[in-house]
Design a protein around this ligand. Structure first.
Ligand code: ATP
Length: 453
């Protein structure tokens, strides 16, 4: 190899010792059965990029078993996972039958942390038509790697003898790692699976890589040829594709680098995969900036809202009202988000019409308290400054004002408990909001005058 390839010892030093120990045990189990075991995908990429001084604890490990002697070994991945579970009894085992894959899960292990290990039986995936789900059959490691997205993700590291630690690099992944390039394995990659466009952007931005020229052309070609159409209409495989698109959007929109990634997706025209009319223009960018300010202001600790969902809502809200519901539904957003996007247009109309007529704070509260904060934020993003400021004032100040007395106080004063309490407290709140009462003495006077006993 022209590019420096780490030795087995070097690779070992890049992994946290318990992880290395796990891989060694897995390899021994495979060897005893006469199989080959490979570490594949993202873990190999991250291992090759890792710094020897900061040993990696990888949370997602993909392994592939290969080298069978009979068709009976088709369930090798599952058998290996079962053998490993005996060695690591505090794991959970999941078997995905038709794919001959198994997963072992560690939850908050004191040494390994939370770790997810997928063990697959080497397989070929082919796509009978674009945007379809993978079909599976047992085959060699090369074919398994060929179905992957990018050369840097299509590397395998052999764990079993002969020559454990040998890097299997059929598609030039190592060169691309060094050149910091994201490159697909074949021309039709994005046509087969448009979510790879989002993955290309995600890896490029996260790793500080560039999308290789030809690969970028393939992306543009896929988008020009309307690949997103297949993710929606008349395709029974569309839901699976939408699930993957949502997963990629989530990955991107919850990462610290989401703005740069979204910009790149916008430059590539890839937002069309969400809806053909969606473009990242200055107005959408402005609205997303406003959304960030709201999230900072109302939820700096990220405990109140799911921030990536708020971002995707802002993006979908940017579409024409008639498209919002379907896009939100296709992306399988939470019911609450779907409902909000569905009701946004009519709520916005009410708020835009009624808010300018409100002269008093109590009127503003009575109008806006019917809506949750995310809805008000969505409306604010797309409203003139004056309205936006009124909504801000409501959300930050008015919504927090409480009536000076509560139900217990009313009881002490001698009011008979009943439905009337709501009315009295509401009036007290309005008078407080409008500055008519500012302390308990004034509040008591107000009560005596408005609700004599
Ligand atoms: P991360 O560190 O973000 O988890 P990863 O490379 O492990 O990165 P995953 O989404 O966990 O990414 O996928 C694991 C591997 O499966 C990838 O490295 C890639 O080889 C393959 N893969 C995932 N999604 C696709 C896809 N849409 N098309 C082809 N191969 C894919």
């Amino acid at each position: 190899d022209r590019v420096n390839l780490p030795t087995l010892g070097e690779l070992r030093s890049r992994l946290a010792p318990p992880l290395w120990e796990f891989l060694t045990k897995a390899s021994l189990q495979a060897k005893q059965r006469g199989w080959h075991l490979y570490l594949v995908g993202g873990a190999v990429r991250d291992l090759l990029l890792a710094n020897p001084n900061e040993p990696l604890l990888i949370q997602d490990i993909d392994m592939v078993v290969d080298g069978f002697h009979s068709a009976a070994d088709v369930g090798a991945g599952v058998e290996l996972a079962k053998a490993l579970q005996e060695i690591y009894p505090n794991t959970r085992l999941e078997v995905h039958g038709s794919f001959q894959t198994a997963a072992l899960l560690w939850r908050k292990d004191p040494v390994l942390g939370s770790m997810w290990v997928d063990i697959a039986t080497a397989r070929t995936e082919f796509y009978p038509y674009p945007a379809a789900n993978p079909e599976v059959e047992a085959s060699s490691i090369r074919q398994d790697l060929y179905r992957r997205d990018f050369t840097i993700n299509a590397l395998a590291l052999r764990l079993t003898p002969p020559r454990p630690g040998k890097l299997m690099d059929f598609f030039g992944g190592l060169l691309d790692l060094h050149a910091k390039q994201i490159r697909v394995l074949h021309v039709n990659s994005f046509i087969e699976d448009p979510t790879r466009i989002y993955r290309a952007v995600r890896f490029a931005v996260r790793l500080g890589f560039t999308i290789e020229c030809q690969t970028e052309e393939y992306i543009r070609y896929a988008i020009e040829s309307g690949v997103y159409d297949r993710t929606t209409k008349e395709n029974h495989k569309a839901p699976a594709l939408q699930t993957r698109l949502k997963a990629e959007l989530k990955h991107i929109l919850q990462a610290s680098y989401w703005k740069v990634a979204l910009q790149l997706l916008g430059d590539l025209g890839a937002l069309q995969c969400i809806h053909p009319t969606l473009k990242l223009d200055d107005e959408l960018l402005r609205q997303l900036r406003l959304m960030e300010r709201c999230l900072q202001r109302f939820d700096p600790e990220q405990q109140r809202f799911v921030h990536w969902q708020m971002r995707i809502e802002a993006i979908i809200a940017f579409l024409k009202p008639e498209y919002r519901y379907l896009v939100a539904k296709n992306l399988q957003l939470q019911d609450e988000s779907i409902r909000r996007l569905q009701n946004l247009a009519s709520t916005q109309e009410i708020v835009l019409e009624s808010l300018p007529e409100c002269d008093r704070s109590s009127q503003i509260v009575k109008l806006l308290r019917h809506y949750d904060l995310p809805m008000l934020i969505l409306i604010a993003l797309r409203s003139p400054r004056k309205i936006r400021q009124q909504i801000w004032h409501y959300a930050t100040v008015l919504a927090n004002v409480q009536p000076i007395f509560n139900g217990n106080d009313l009881k002490k004063f001698g009011y008979k408990p009943g439905p009337k309490y709501k009315q009295i407290l509401d009036d007290l709140l309005s008078a407080t909001l409008d500055g008519e009462i500012t302390n308990k003495i004034e509040a008591k006077e107000f009560l005596t005058k408005s609700y004599p006993l």
